[in-house]
Design a protein around this ligand. Sequence first.
Ligand code: NAI
Ligand code: MG
Length: 502
Amino acid sequence: MGIAVSPQIHPQVADFIEKPRKMLINGNWVSAASGKTFPTYNPATGEVLAQVAEGDREDIEQAVKAARKAFDHGPWRKMTASERGRLIWKLADLLEAHTEEFGYIESLDNGKPLGIAKAADVPLAADLFRYMAGWATKIEGNTIPISVPYTPGAKYLAYTLREPVGVVGQIIPWNFPLLMAAWKLGPALATGCTVVLKPAEQTPLSALRLGELIMEAGFPEGVVNIVPGYGETAGAALAAHPDVDKVAFTGSTEVGKLIVHAAAGNLKKVSLELGGKSPNVVFKDADLDAAIPGSASAIFFNHGQCCCAGSRLYVEKSIYDRVVEGVAEQARKIRLGSGLDPETQMGPLVSKEQLDRVCGYLEAGFSEGAKAITGGHQSGNKGYFVEPTVLVNTQENMKVVKEEIFGPVVAAMPFSDPEEILPRANDSTYGLAAAVWTRDINKAHRVAEQLRAGTVWINCYNIFDAALPFGGYKQSGWGREMGHDVLNLYTQTKAVCANLAA
Ligand code: NAI
Ligand code: MG
């Protein structure tokens, strides 16, 4: 077991992945009740990277029990908001101090380039925790003047309290393993909830290492429980659990619908961040020196494994050839390789399953008449690499245009004028993100208003910030993560009304 640990690998990470990793329940690192473990793979080689405790129904049961106890009876609820905020801030400091180590874990488990994990994933996660730490002391209710027409002359004091929703189940994907853990844990902790987190089976390692830092920071036992395992078993048990008050999920729209069904048993609150097929619209008056590399990175960033990837590239006719050829040129220059190789610009896809899925889409595209002007195939025969691909001759009704591919594959299509493009851009079951490139500021804001998407970028793409809400219209999800919007997902409002009769 284990890859040959080359001297390249950070020594602490080599230690971390050497022994089977356990799960975090009630402040203790424990094996699965069944004793089972499952392998996580290095997607650059396809070899086993580490063994991890395989959580299942029984482990979820124990973790929910711990989270319930921590919420109902533990010191957590007695802490002041300031103390909670300080713990979250401390976690951010610890995470930042271990940037190098988390970069390696993320690169090895997910495949992304080490430099990107260190420059983006880890600092964004630390920043999210700091942003949420600040919110802990700013979650306020209102005082509300009420009139009560049927009690003339009476006087009331009415106000609202915003209370944590309770025990939260959080199920996250593999594309940004650490960052997705931060997006979920940050607001839950800021609001005073307790958590059972299930990382993706493809990438459980960074969440487990984060669990160690959570304990080191001093969070009370049971506040955060981390149960790695498969979706159909551990994930499904968490989503259906009657003692879980809320479930937050990021992943496929297909599983999002299963979560909604599973949540119906106790009508737990649900928030969902699901798939996308985001339109990236380039007008002829755009600054092409920015729009071309911007459109390339809109799709190729994180190997296209972004729910908001700019996977439908719409270009105004007169500049279509130039932009599409420019994006293809960028694609050809991207150096594929192991995430640990400093020369690498794009790593492998996360798993064999995703490799097969993306190649299946490419085949479907070709059989429907699409043509790749660059890429179009798996790269090499070791690891899960796919060539950055630009598809042309694509039509709106093709699978590669309609469905989320979640790989480095963009479908390019020309359009003739703004009136024509808006209905086409909006013709999707998804509505996560969109972008528009133009120098005409009036057009930019008009189009932004009419795009049915939770995020619209103007002359940029993939700009994220802890302060900026993110989430989907239509089947891209329910609720908004980050920003102050997310606090609504983790709190509930209590109206208090006092009779001030003398
Ligand atoms: P998935 O939706 O199956 O997995 C995401 C998470 O849900 C994982 O933690 C998984 O263990 C869990 N899960 C799976 N089945 C579950 C169930 N029945 N109950 C509870 N939890 C469950 O996504 P998968 O299979 O990894 O990828 C398939 C496609 O989903 C991708 O090709 C992509 O299109 C989309 N996807 C979208 C993501 C996003 O950020 N919106 C992230 C990952 C995948
Ligand atoms: Mg799945």
